[in-house]
Design a binder for this molecule. Structure first.
Ligand SMILES: [Zn+2]
Length: 133
């Protein structure tokens, strides 16, 4: 499995299977490039009002298998408060400050990565402000 990103609002995750590792990686990269999604970034923390795209604009969550990842907007300077696996995905997507909460078995790397990816995907599914809780 590979994660591709430009550290500037785009992220893709791909899985490749082949008898040869080299071929598997090539397949995974190709697959990841096909799965690149835009990530909406912002400054969603009420403790910060810089309006720069350094965090997520709203609280978002993503699920994969038994793992759920919740991304919470954080003010500047907090950094990526996340598990090592999620950190890689968030960094590749260009997010610099975020708090995360995880539910489930995060040792399952594949689900952890996918759940983080799904959460980032949800940054483009804005709810109406009246639905916010
Ligand atoms: Zn800010």
């Amino acid at each position: 499995m590979v994660v591709v990103g430009d550290e500037d609002g785009h992220i893709g995750v791909g899985i490749g299977k082949a008898k040869q590792i080299r071929v598997a990686i090539e397949k995974a990269i190709m697959n990841a490039k096909l799965n690149i999604i835009p990530v909406r970034r912002g400054c969603g923390s009420w403790e910060c009002s810089c309006n720069e795209p350094h965090s997520v604009p709203i609280k978002v969550s993503g699920k994969s298998g038994s793992v759920e990842v919740i991304l919470i907007p954080a003010p500047k300077g907090v950094g990526l408060v996340a598990g090592e696996v999620a950190k890689v995905v968030l960094r590749m997507a260009g997010i610099k400050d975020v708090w995360t909460r995880t539910i489930g078995e995060t040792r399952t790397t594949l689900n952890f990565v996918k759940a983080t990816y799904e959460a980032l995907k949800n940054t483009y599914k804005f709810k109406h402000p009246k639905d916010w809780s």
